[in-house]
Design a protein around this ligand. Structure first.
Ligand code: SF4
Ligand code: SF4
Ligand code: SF4
Ligand code: FES
Length: 377
């Protein structure tokens, strides 16, 4: 192992490739360095500083996510100085905004006043909607800190609830910028960015308009990457808790890309969908249909049986009756007018095998080459 390619992290001598950050080398070697703002595959911003590490000879702590590994570097990821810095960062985050989960300790009267205020702002008597599924809360437990060390700051911006799929709760935003990175660098939708300055800072769409009046396409990428409760699916806010849901992996049926999904199922009902981050082809990204278009699965309005129209009205029929009717009609048209009087349109929402069968049926049975597919458009 040549020294030119070696870094030492927590006493382990580790090889690295040019361009790798300290964080990447650490993670590749199963050394845990906590992150909040870091979003894999995007430009590091160094916004949160929770990933700071101590590097021998450096004048200050360095962010592991933004600092390239260099030969001979000696790094400590959990030294007393590092832990102290992380505690301070977490305390500051927890004491700004409505972080009313179990980690926000204070004297009893203040706690009550604080909770009442949060409940008022939130319109709910419960703790945060992402309680138990929050990176900030996890880290607060890990480093044993609460939000009581600093006076809480007032919530500056009201919650944005007018959007069809997403609630934006600025009172729980820690300004990590992951949503901005996800929107601009992963999805390349460029719908949101940092706005205003200093304590007025806020993630905004152009003109500080609600997402529904912006370039947002409601892909929900920002919701998936938000480490806290600032961006939450609107339909199920407060209705689901992570420990009550089960994840079921599947393939999206909306188009032929084949995005990998996790269906979050509670009481045998799909309540939320997320992309599978470690799987091709989508690596966690989804479009609006894949992420939010799942209510039809459990809808009462779904057809339960084939319908046949008689005298202008539909009636339920058995599959045998419906298929016999369709077969008779198709055969009648083919035999009377020839196969080219028929045409078949297939769909990207069925499998390749089903499309292949449709192709065979059209050419071999209906005797026409009139077949097309929506994905060709
Ligand atoms: S966003 Fe996280 S840290 Fe803040 S209240 Fe909710 S669970 Fe707690
Ligand atoms: S939903 Fe998609 S397009 Fe809209 S702000 Fe979030 S990442 Fe950007
Ligand atoms: S909305 Fe979420 S992802 Fe975006 S900056 Fe705030 S905390 Fe970070
Ligand atoms: S994770 Fe490195 S600065 Fe935020």
């Amino acid at each position: 192992m040549s020294d030119a390619q070696t870094i030492t992290i927590n006493g382990y001598h580790l090889e690295f490739e040019a361009g790798e950050t300290i964080l990447e080398v650490a993670r590749r070697n199963s050394i845990d360095i906590p992150t909040l703002c870091h979003l894999k595959g995007t430009t590091p911003t160094g916004a949160c500083r929770i990933c700071v590490v101590e590097v021998e000879g450096a004048r200050s702590l360095l962010t592991a996510c933004a600092t390239p590994a260099s030969a001979g570097m000696v790094v400590q990821t959990e030294s007393p100085k590092v832990v102290e810095a992380r505690k301070l960062i977490l305390q500051l985050m927890l004491s700004s905004g409505n972080h009313n989960c179990a980690v926000r300790g204070s004297d009893d009267s203040d706690w009550t006043r604080f909770q009442l205020q949060v409940h008022g702002d939130d319109g709910s008597d419960e703790l945060c909607p992402v309680w138990g599924d929050c990176r900030l809360q996890d880290l607060a437990y890990r480093y044993q800190v609460s939000g009581e060390s600093f006076a809480g700051t007032e919530t500056r911006y009201p919650m944005e609830t007018v959007n069809p799929f997403i609630v934006r709760d600025f009172s729980r935003c820690i300004q990590c910028g992951r949503c901005v990175q996800a929107c601009n660098e992963v999805q390349v939708n460029n719908a949101i960015n940092f706005g205003y300055r200093g304590p007025d800072s806020k993630i905004i769409a152009a003109g500080d308009r609600p997402l529904k009046d912006s370039d947002c396409v409601f892909c929900g990428e920002c919701v998936q990457v938000c480490p806290v409760g600032a961006l939450v699916e609107k339909d199920v806010r407060y209705d689901i808790r992570q420990w009550n849901t089960e994840k079921v992996r599947t393939t999206c049926s909306y188009c032929g890309v084949g995005c990998q999904l996790n269906l979050h199922v509670q009481d045998n009902k799909i309540v939320k969908v997320t992309g599978v981050e470690e799987a091709e082809p989508n690596h966690g990204s989804l479009c609006v249909k894949g992420r939010f278009g799942f209510n039809f699965v459990g809808s009462d309005e779904r057809l339960q049986a084939p319908l046949i129209k008689e005298n202008g009205k539909f009636r339920a029929a058995s599959w045998d009756e419906a298929l016999d009717l369709v077969a008779d009609k198709l055969k009648g048209i083919r035999d009377t007018h020839g196969g080219d009087a028929l045409g078949v349109l297939t769909s990207a929402r069925v499998s390749n095998e089903e499309n292949y069968i449709a192709n065979k049926f059209t050419r071999a049975v209906l005797k026409t080459n009139n077949i097309d597919h929506c994905a060709r458009l």
